[in-house]
Ligand binder design. Structure first.
Ligand SMILES: [Zn+2]
Length: 185
């Protein structure tokens, strides 16, 4: 068994997320609306309290290693990511778990910005049931492999955030705008 949870230093920002940027909450709000009339906090707002236009686009589906609840376009894209992981690294695929996709809440540490999880456009992953610790500058070894598959599908890796968030992947701004043009949102 390979040790996918062994910690390694996060790659330099110059080496990851090339051509992609962090999806702005303002872009999500422009296209999909504010997630809820409720005030955002640190816990997830209940799905029935989400903005009805957004709720229509939220699905719960199997993406391969597990089921997720998220924006339908992101869920379809995730399924493609995991097909590639399964084909190229089946052991890693078997070790994957989800720590949540849709969750209407604030960005951790912020008092005003909605997290991209609020629109179901980001996912937090576990490997062998373990979460990568946020902000320590280290990432689980298996995340490096996962990153390549997410990058190919136009997802942005949170390892590059100011506070490193290695378990977090989100639809990149460029991908989101492309999906908007294609009418997928
Ligand atoms: Zn996250």
């Amino acid at each position: 068994m390979k040790s996918y949870t062994r910690l390694v230093p996060k790659p330099p920002a110059s080496g990851i997320n090339t051509g992609l940027s962090n999806l702005k909450a303002s872009t999500c709000a422009r296209v999909l609306g504010v997630p809820s009339k409720e005030r955002a906090g640190t816990n997830c707002i209940a799905v029935p309290k989400l903005n009805p236009n957004l709720r229509k686009k939220i699905v719960t589906e199997d993406v391969g290693p597990f089921r997720v609840t998220g924006h339908r376009a992101a869920v379809d894209s995730l399924r493609r990511v995991f097909l590639h992981v399964k084909a190229s690294d089946p052991e890693l695929y078997e070790a994957l778990g989800s720590a949540g996709m849709l969750c209407a809440r604030l960005v951790r540490g912020s008092t005003s910005t909605w997290s991209n999880h609020s629109w179901g456009l980001a996912i937090d992953l576990t490997i062998d049931g373990k979460l990568d610790q946020r902000g320590d500058g280290m990432v689980q070894h298996g995340l490096l492999t996962l990153y390549k598959h997410f990058h190919r599908e136009g997802w942005y890796w949170g390892a590059e955030f100011n506070i490193e968030d290695g378990m977090h992947f989100e639809v990149a701004e460029q991908t989101f705008l492309e999906w908007e043009r294609e009418g997928l949102l």
